[in-house]
Design a protein around this ligand. Structure first.
Ligand code: GLP
Length: 244
């Protein structure tokens, strides 16, 4: 696991964008695994700027997203399809036909079947990740075991709490989601984790300050991936006593 300590969120976003840019320039037909949440927003803005101003070309890139809330239409402003369109896809020259975000409405089993077919058809070259306060990646919540394939999850109370800020009220936060499993995540050629935001100390500490790999903190699985990169701000590194 390579760990980059960045001065602040802007530097963290630029470091992450550098890694994605290098891949896209070396392999213009690369397949990206993308994530939602606040953590990658700065990186998406930086990639959009580089596309507009520096000729970074996404025309042959394809993507698949980690997860989607169950019950939200793609047009809902908190759906992850809407998030990806408004935070990235509408600002780069990617062909939206080559972007996949799992369906959140309709028959859950049929949606999962389709999601797994997409995931099994091609592994991603790079998977962008954030982490939840409880250590979840995608929506793989902590527990006694993790699932390999794409599946439905009931969200933890702490995840509902963390995501309430995006909704009018806590009651509006969906209680379930479909998510890529740990298998789909771990099969990626490179994992790129951006740790940012409040309440991430415990997840960061489990990842960087212990040797444990445990389903009780899913992000710890990054330790056993052969090419994982963690970008953390200096402020958070200092808080958990990480010295590199
Ligand atoms: C959600 C998403 C995760 C994301 C997490 C952290 O639960 N499903 O993929 O990593 O939020 O989000 P944030 O970056 O906003 O803290």
């Amino acid at each position: 696991m390579r760990v980059i300590v960045a001065d602040d969120y802007s530097a963290q976003s630029r470091e992450a964008a550098d890694i994605v840019e290098k891949l896209v320039r070396e392999n213009p037909q690369c397949h990206l695994g993308l994530a939602t949440g606040s953590s990658p927003v700065g990186m998406y803005q930086e990639l959009a700027r580089r596309c507009a101003e520096e000729g970074l070309d996404f025309s042959r890139v394809s993507s698949v997203n980690l997860d989607e809330y169950i019950g939200l239409e793609p047009t809902h402003d908190q759906s992850y399809r809407y998030f990806m369109d408004t935070n990235l896809f509408d600002h780069i020259n990617i062909d939206k036909k080559n972007t996949y975000v799992a369906k959140g409405v309709g028959d859950v089993e049929a949606n999962l079947k389709e999601f797994n077919e997409v995931l099994n058809s091609r592994d991603t070259d790079l998977q962008v990740l954030g982490v939840g306060p409880d250590g979840h990646v995608g929506f793989n919540e902590p527990g006694d075991h993790l699932c390999c394939s794409a599946h439905a999850e009931v969200l933890d109370e702490s995840t509902i709490d963390a995501n309430t800020r995006f909704f009018a009220s806590r009651d509006d936060v969906p209680r379930g989601a479909v998510t890529m499993g740990m298998g789909g995540i771990m099969r990626s050629g490179c994992l790129l984790l951006i740790i940012s935001g409040s309440n991430k100390e415990e997840a960061a500490r489990q990842l960087l300050m212990t040797d444990d790999v445990t389903p009780k903190c899913p992000v710890t699985f990054l330790k056993i991936h052969k090419n994982s990169i963690v970008i953390i701000t200096k402020e958070l590194a200092d808080k958990i006593g990480y010295k590199g």
